[in-house]
Every structure is written in structure tokens, then in C-alpha cells.
Design a protein around this ligand. Structure first.
Ligand code: PMV
Length: 326
């Protein structure tokens, strides 16, 4: 009763921010993302009859109680489906900084959903896996699939239609992403807390939810027609709108640092000079720059001149979650 899986993180081009149900983790808005190739999480799960408690090893170290509780509750869903209550030993490793706003929860729960169900001998379709992964993290369903992925809000109260679907695979369009790390150790408002506060207190929240529908329709078109400037403009629009609605919560949530702003300014300056490059930013200070392959090296060179950037990780589009042989 053991299995190992790999999944890649993703970044949203149309952002998810807000839940329609906290307990089942159902999104209030749909989202569209790209799955990143060079970054990954590998997770193995082993259910053992003799184990008294769940054990979680994260990046070579025993996890803290909060992390363990989150994984245990997720494994409970699998145990319940499988009809046993064996505890599990879970080992999870990222090849990129954890908890630095790089969507580690997406690849973590996508790989855990796949390894966990496989170890429990449940055979889930990708759609069912995405529904399960959602219980761990709202962005995780998107990492079940590769390439360009849409997460649906669904309408049902049990969440069975709040699943991810693939819009196009990773070979559809060669897009490059530069993940610019502006800070590796920062404390921030978790996305769940940020979403809850925003929904409760922002005077603009309702408009954020309503207006997301147009963004999703336009982004789907841009992807299917390989219209890069449209994709980039929409990604920046959705990103800034998400941060604007978070800023307008009470107290306002600020995820950026001065280097985040410097990256935004430089990306916009390069664009004025004719280089097609766009940014997106999640619930943290890191900036993701998006471009076509022929511009990658010159953009990276310009960005690396910004004082204070820790590291730039370059990646293409990657595949969905898959089982690895032991
Ligand atoms: O999966 P969560 O609950 O960490 O939410 C992710 C939220 C954002 O990264 C800010 C946006 C998104 O769509 O990924």
C-alpha cells in the first residue's frame, strides 16, 4: 500500500481569490493557470497497519503539527473512501523554496492526492483527482493537469463539479516563465485568511467576482488562438485586480515589497521598448515574468540587473501529476 507521485506547481493567469464554501474549499471564481515544468514536488505515501499516528517528512525534516494536521485531514478523506483507517507515512520534497509564494501547496496536494489514492488502491479519474486535490488547496486541482488549465467554480453544494479541466496541453504553445524570487523569508497573510478577509470587508469584492467571468472567456480565447499580447494584458489585469481587491480589505493586505515594484516597472519599461513581456504576482512578493522563447535571454539579463533579486528560476510549461515507479 505504497505509491509515489510527482506534480508541478502552477501559476494563475486569471486569478482565484475568494471561496463560496470554506469547508469544502469551493472557489467563488474560476481561474486559468499554466503548469510549470522545471519546478516539482515528489510525494510518497505508505499506509501501514502497525503505525499509530500519521508521520509527515517535509523536505527531509519532520513536519510541524499544523502541517501534519493538514495532511492528516486530507488523508482522512482518502481513508474514508477506501474504507480503512491505517495511518500513513508521507514523505514530500520540493525542488524549490517552500512557502515562498511559489504555489508549493498546489504541487504538494496534487502529488499527495495521486500518491494517496494509488497507495489506497482507489482508481480515480483525473477529474476526480482534481476534486480531491481541491480539498487540500484551491489551486491544487490545476496541478493535476499539464499545460493550460481551467478551474471551474461549479454550482453544486457538494462540490462535485468544482473541478479542473485541461484547455490545451503543454505542447500547444511554447511559453517561458521567469520566477523572480525577491525574498525567501517573509511572513505574509495566508491565501485562505486573505480571501476570507477580502470577502468580508472589501467594498469591491462583489465586482471582483462578477467581472471574473469576462476575464475567463477572454483568456480562453487568447490561449486557443495563441494571442500572446492578449494573454499578457489579461494576466496583468487579473493580477492587479486581485491585489487591488486584497488592498481594499480592512485592514488592507499588501503582498509586495519594494523589489516587487521595481520588477513591475522594469517589465513595463521593456514593453514600451518593444519587448513583449508581462508579469503576474500571487499572494507574496515574488514576480513571475511571462514571455516567448526568443526574448527569454535578453529579458533575464535586464531583470538580473535589479538590485536585491535573490534568484530567477526559468521554466517552460509542464505536464500533469503522474505516478513514479519505486
Ligand atoms: O491554493 P491557495 O489556497 O493557496 O490559493 C492560491 C491563490 C493565488 O495563488 C493567489 C491565486 C491563484 O489562482 O493561484
Amino acid at each position: 500500500m505504497k505509491a509515489k507521485a510527482i506534480a508541478h506547481p502552477n501559476i494563475a493567469l486569471v486569478k482565484y481569490w475568494g471561496k463560496r464554501d470554506q469547508k469544502l474549499n469551493l472557489p467563488a471564481v474560476g481561474s486559468i493557470s499554466i503548469t510549470l515544468k522545471e519546478m516539482y514536488t515528489i510525494t510518497s505515501v505508505e499506509f501501514l497497519e502497525k503505525l499509530k499516528q500519521d508521520v509527515l517528512i517535509l523536505n527531509g525534516k519532520e513536519a510541524n503539527q499544523k502541517q501534519l494536521n493538514r495532511v492528516s485531514s486530507f488523508l482522512d478523506i482518502i481513508r474514508n473512501e477506501a474504507g480503512f483507517d491505517y495511518k500513513a507515512k508521507t514523505i514530500s520534497e520540493n525542488n524549490f523554496p517552500t512557502g515562498a509564494g511559489l504555489a508549493s501547496s498546489a504541487s504538494a496536494f496534487a502529488s499527495l492526492a495521486l500518491a494517496g489514492t494509488e497507495a489506497a488502491q482507489l482508481s480515480y479519474t483525473k477529474t476526480e483527482l482534481s476534486e480531491l486535490a481541491r480539498r487540500g488547496s484551491g489551486s491544487a486541482p490545476r496541478s493535476i493537469f499539464g499545460g493550460f488549465v481551467e478551474m471551474k467554480t461549479g454550482e453544486l453544494s457538494n462540490g462535485s463539479d468544482a473541478v479542473a479541466i485541461q484547455l490545451a496541453d503543454e505542447h500547444h504553445w511554447d511559453i517561458k516563465i521567469m520566477v523572480i524570487i525577491t525574498s525567501e523569508n517573509y511572513k505574509t497573510v495566508s491565501s485562505t485568511n486573505g480571501m476570507t478577509l477580502t470577502a468580508k470587508t472589501s467594498p469591491f469584492y462583489e465586482q471582483w467576482v462578477i467581472s471574473s467571468q469576462n476575464d475567463l472567456n477572454a483568456m480562453r480565447d487568447a490561449i486557443l488562438n495563441r494571442n500572446f499580447s492578449k494573454l499578457g494584458e489579461l494576466a496583468e489585469f487579473s493580477c492587479l485586480k486581485m491585489h487591488a481587491v486584497a488592498l481594499s480589505a480592512n485592514p488592507g493586505i499588501i503582498y509586495w515589497n519594494p523589489i516587487t515594484i521595481k520588477c513591475i516597472e522594469l517589465i513595463r519599461k521593456m514593453r514600451q521598448e518593444g519587448i513583449p513581456v508581462y508579469f503576474t504576482i500571487d499572494a507574496g512578493p515574488q514576480v513571475k515574468a511571462i514571455c516567448l522563447p526568443q526574448y527569454l535571454e535578453s529579458i533575464k539579463l535586464e531583470l538580473s540587473k535589479i538590485d536585491g533579486i535573490n534568484k530567477i528560476i526559468t521554466t517552460s510549461l509542464g505536464s500533469g501529476a503522474i505516478i513514479m515507479e519505486e
